[in-house]
Design a protein around this ligand. Structure first.
Ligand code: F6P
Length: 353
């Protein structure tokens, strides 16, 4: 740490941190950037820069200075003011030619006089952050994704907003399903995890919820739809996670609605919610969580603790080593308390027969 003398008073050089947002975007990213930036600047007198387009900007030294002005008014904005990418610097690809991305990262980090890199992202971002730590650079990860599948933290920001959007969509499907006595199949995101489907399925009153973690069979799905129809239940709502197993060439919603239409006497229609789940302003809960993560990341830097991911555990913000997180996924267990409660209320997970 350099010590500069100013009028006889010893001053240590202010820490300089670089932020980047990587992977799929989600509501709350700007709240996290703001949480890091405002805490760093106003509480610790640090300097803050933001790399453009995730790890791509770090590799090519494309960045913007982040000051109070740049951080003003972004709390409620969806997306990320820095942009993002799915760049994987440690994955050799033919198109890279002979550029050594890890070497460029190291060189740029030092050229810019950084004391720490704050990487905001999902599983892939945390994996890269862990490798950057192994280069000897100071790095901190902040978990972000609508999928909520980052191991080691109870919840990622972006998830609550996606569940809220999906639940609103399911609410709307009830009225049209009722008017036509149909089975409405809605596909939500989540990559290989079913968290959005489970939570929005419960919040939206889904009758059948299909998630990758619980193996379903079509016979069970169709039997449940038929039984509801026989019981004069006016309609059915089927919430499916995009990651469930379906035959080649089908989308999750397409396959399930095709089977219902083919094997039952109930009309079926599909809705794929897609990127709507990643758009728009974050919920209040995501704004608070993202801000807590950002502020805690700066407090962690001030304590010179690096190589960790910020995590929420039992509603307390803490840190866990990045090398404990990398390569792991947080998936739903069959005895998860929400799965049990849904089953006890008669919700089917497609595995009844
Ligand atoms: O990880 C977030 C996510 O939205 C997943 O739920 C989805 O499968 C994936 O990103 C889509 O990736 P892309 O934005 O590259 O199309």
């Amino acid at each position: 740490m350099l010590h500069l003398f100013k009028g006889g008073k010893t001053m240590s050089k202010p820490k300089r941190i670089g932020i980047l947002t990587a992977g799929g975007d989600c509501p709350g990213l700007n709240a996290a950037i703001r949480g890091v930036g405002k805490t760093a600047i106003s509480e610790y007198g640090m300097e803050v820069i933001g790399f453009v387009s995730g790890y791509t900007g770090l590799i090519h030294k494309e960045f913007v200075e982040l000051n109070e002005d740049k951080l003003s008014g972004i709390l409620t904005m969806g997306g990320t003011i820095l942009g993002t990418s799915r760049e994987k610097p440690f994955k050799i690809s033919q198109t890279d030619g002979n550029i050594n991305k890890p070497e460029l990262i190291k060189q740029n980090y030092h050229d810019l006089g950084l004391d720490c890199l704050v990487c905001i992202g999902g599983n892939g971002t945390m994996k890269t952050a862990a490798k950057i730590g192994e280069l000897g650079l100071n790095v901190i990860g902040i978990p972000k994704t609508i999928d909520n599948d980052v191991w080691g933290t109870d919840v990622t920001f972006g998830f609550d907003s996606a569940v809220s959007i999906a639940t609103d969509a399911i609410d709307r499907l009830h009225t049209t399903a009722n008017s036509h006595q149909r089975a409405m199949v809605i596909e939500v995101m989540g990559h290989d995890a079913g968290w959005i489907a489970l939570y929005s399925g419960m919040a939206g009153g889904g009758d059948i919820i299909l998630i990758p973690e619980i193996e379903y069979n079509v016979r069970s799905v169709c039997k449940t739809i038929e039984e509801r129809f026989q019981e004069k239940k006016a309609y059915s709502i089927v919430v499916v996670a995009e990651g469930i197993k379906v035959p080649e060439g089908y989308t999750a919603a397409g396959y399930i609605s095709h089977c219902i239409a083919t094997y039952t006497q109930v009309e079926a229609r599909e809705t794929r919610l897609g990127y709507i789940q990643r758009g728009g302003s974050p919920t209040a809960s995501d704004r608070i969580l993202a801000t807590r993560y950002g502020a805690f990341a700066v407090e962690t830097i001030a304590k010179n603790e690096f190589g960790v991911m910020i995590a929420l555990q039992n509603n307390s913000v803490t840190t866990i080593p990045l090398n404990e997180v990398e390569g792991k996924l947080k998936l739903i267990t069959s005895d998860h308390h929400l799965v049990v409660k849904c089953r006890n209320m008669g919700v089917s997970f497609g595995d009844d027969y």
